[in-house]
Design a binder for this molecule. Sequence first.
Ligand code: ADP
Length: 480
Amino acid sequence: MNRSLYTKLVLIILFLIIALMVVAGVFLTRGVRSFYLNDFYDRMAEVFADQELADSLRDAAENDDTELMSEMLGVYAGRLGIDSGTRNYHILSGDTGEWLAGSVRPENGFVDITPNIVSALNGENGDESDPNADYMDVALPVEGGGRDYIIYIIDNRETMRSLNGQLLLIIVEALAVGLVISVFLSLLLAKTMIAPIQELTRAAEKVAGGDFTDKVDNTSKDEIGVLTRTFNDMAVQLEDTLDDLKRSEQMRREFVANVSHELRTPITGVKSYAETLAADPDMPADTRERFLNVILNESDRMTKIVQDLLTLSRFDAGSIEFSFDEFSFETSVRDVYNAVRMEAQAHGHVFTLETEPDIPRIRGDKARVEQVIMNMVSNAIKYTKDGGRIAIKAGVRGGEVWCSVKDNGIGIPKEDVQKVFDRFYRVDKARSRESGGTGLGLSIAQEIVARHGGRIDVKSRPGHGSTFTVWLPVGGPEDA
Ligand code: ADP
């Protein structure tokens, strides 16, 4: 199990919840504090702006009647929020700050001198709020008859502190609940996100080990679903590529074996005839000539095989340049027909040509297209008993020109039909050899046709004959 991703997710959720709670806590406690401060000073300003209270306080002060002043403040206690617990009023001496009266007697008999009291001692209103102090106070000087007074109201912020304490408690509780929720959330995450990733990892490990049988199932539309499907596609492509590689490696081995075999036969022939000639200087002249002819024929054969192989390998390497030009397809078919007519007649074949009217000119490599048609026609002659029927036809259909060569020769067995385009494949090796074939002609033809964006195929019935047909796009490979 991929612990690390799981742990990371859980940690992220945890941090998120804690961060959220800390931010909420800071904002709430600050909010409470500023609310209390504002409320306190607003209230004080409002009450002491009351003309009636100011007048009666002044009257009482002029009579130096602290008791009356205290009573007056007692009347306003509700509006001032005096509760004799956290908030109290005091009447101090305006000259010394000495405590004279109040809603409660201070512990030591005097109140601490705060900056606001100092202001009042100097005859100014002391109503500055100090957010960092642990109390809130206002001190207002009142002129008396004989002596001056200070009305002093102080709040020890206990209410605010206990409210903030409550808030903190709530936040800690919420944090605990949040942590429990985060555990459930992470379980859910593990199920919906991490499990598919783990499944994908397992499949990837299998693919890395060469096992392509497993496909991961994930139909969801999220990123993991997309990733899974991409992975599946990739695995399929990889498998196909590997299969292709294996196949082409197999083909390469077979090809090398075939080439060696094909070349060994003529070399053995040349060698044995040459040895016989060398061993017998008194050989009759006609036998000598026959042997020399065999040697020449076999050499020609080798040359042809090597030439064909070279052509094919150049096709494979893509190093053969085709020269695409416009030419008359019909004329090419006719030229091939005329070139082979004598040979066909020499074999006693009925050799015919039939072309549709209006065959368009096409773009292609004229010489190579004629090579393809020539290959089909000479095969027809080779694989048809003397006195047969060979018909060449040509025409146009749907942007493609076509040419078919039909014979009533030996035909091709069903199981061999598609293999005749394979390199060195021959249905009957001896017969092909006899007629000078290499088994490479149709492979080369197929390559040429493919480079034109066309196709070539064959229909055949053993004993009845074959029809080879080639199709080429009129506009050349780009038109295919
Ligand atoms: P080859 O040089 O042997 O003719 P090709 O590649 O031209 O090589 O043809 C491959 C094989 O296909 C031939 O050996 C032959 O067995 C078969 N073949 C080709 N054309 C015909 C045909 N018209 N009739 C019967 N068999 C054919």
